[in-house]
Unconditional design. Structure first.
Length: 309
């Protein structure tokens, strides 16, 4: 690269890098600084307390339980969402068989893609209202009404989906999966379009069924896309603030009795409600570190040699 090109590239990157440092990196540095103090949020004076906030974090049963809830989301949300999206994308792109012996999507695949993608156009606020009606704790709720028609629940004792400790986390997982499958279906479908049909047709001639075509052809060739989806879903599972705070009971959500708490809801409650802003900043730093560790571990664990075709 010639000397003039260095100056051009440096000038081109100067403004974006400066904006990134000011609006992204500097707030992280400030948050870490406040986490070492007893800052109350409103006052401009605060004292340095060192690592006391971090020591208190791991003696806080509510926060440690929230970490385990995030881990539960982290395990089930990416796995269920990716498996369903891969299955539907495979069926809608190469799961059918043409009369000429080739491969194609199932009949009506274009319509199905629109139907599956529709939940993605809804905001999380609308999603919370929609599933609030689905999970209503009386027989007017869609899910309880359906179970009542089947005779599974009693009209006098409907299931309180968002107020039962054993059900609330799974109810939230179902919402996230329903919302996300359509987006990743489209993502995986776009990746499948780049796979030559000749590969599938050759496998079909050799007698491969749908399951063999999926595990021996589709999944290996889409592995980079699956890896990216896994990281994004993992980051979403480490957040969950909007759904938990709007769909569950309690100040900033987390009910019943903290059984649906996630790290973000505990942090916001301490920051805005209890005025323990320095303590909340320590929670934010822990969330950042866990998310970074998660991303690195996922990328390393799912890394494999690139397959070209």
């Amino acid at each position: 690269m010639r000397k003039g090109q260095y100056r051009f590239v440096a000038g081109f990157l100067l403004v974006p890098v400066a904006l990134y440092l000011i609006f992204v990196i500097w707030p992280y540095i400030q948050t870490f600084g406040y986490s070492l103090t007893d800052w109350k949020g409103q006052s401009q004076t605060f004292d340095f307390v060192g690592l006391d906030n971090y020591k208190a974090l791991f003696q806080d049963d509510i926060f440690t339980d929230a970490i385990w809830h995030n881990i539960l989301f982290l395990v089930f949300i990416p796995v269920i969402t990716i498996l369903l999206a891969l299955f539907f994308a495979f069926m809608l792109n190469v799961g059918g068989r043409s009369k000429a012996g080739g491969v194609r999507g199932v009949a009506g695949s274009g319509f199905y893609k629109i139907v599956f993608f529709f939940p993605q156009v809804l905001s999380l606020a609308i999603l919370a209202v929609l599933f609030g009606a689905v999970y209503r704790s009386d027989t007017g709720g869609m899910l309880n009404g359906f179970l009542l028609k089947l005779g599974i629940v009693d009209a006098d004792h409907p299931v309180e989906w968002l107020n039962e400790p054993d059900f609330v986390l799974w109810a939230l997982i179902a919402v996230v999966v329903w919302h996300g499958v359509g987006f990743y279906l489209v993502l995986f479908s776009a990746a499948m379009q780049s796979v030559p049909r000749d590969i599938y047709e050759a496998a079909l001639i050799d007698g491969a069924g749908r399951a063999q075509s999926f595990f021996r052809i589709t999944l290996p060739l889409l592995w980079d896309t699956v890896q990216t989806a896994w990281v994004y879903l993992g980051i979403a599972a480490m957040d969950m603030f909007i759904l938990v705070s709007t769909m569950t009971s309690g100040e900033f959500g987390g009910g019943p009795d903290h059984h649906s708490e996630v790290m973000a809801t505990v942090m916001m409650r301490n920051f805005l409600y209890y005025g323990k802003s320095g303590y909340a900043c320590a929670m934010g730093v822990v969330m950042l570190l866990l998310t970074l560790i998660l991303s690195v571990v996922m990328l390393r664990a799912t890394r494999r040699d690139r397959i070209e075709f």
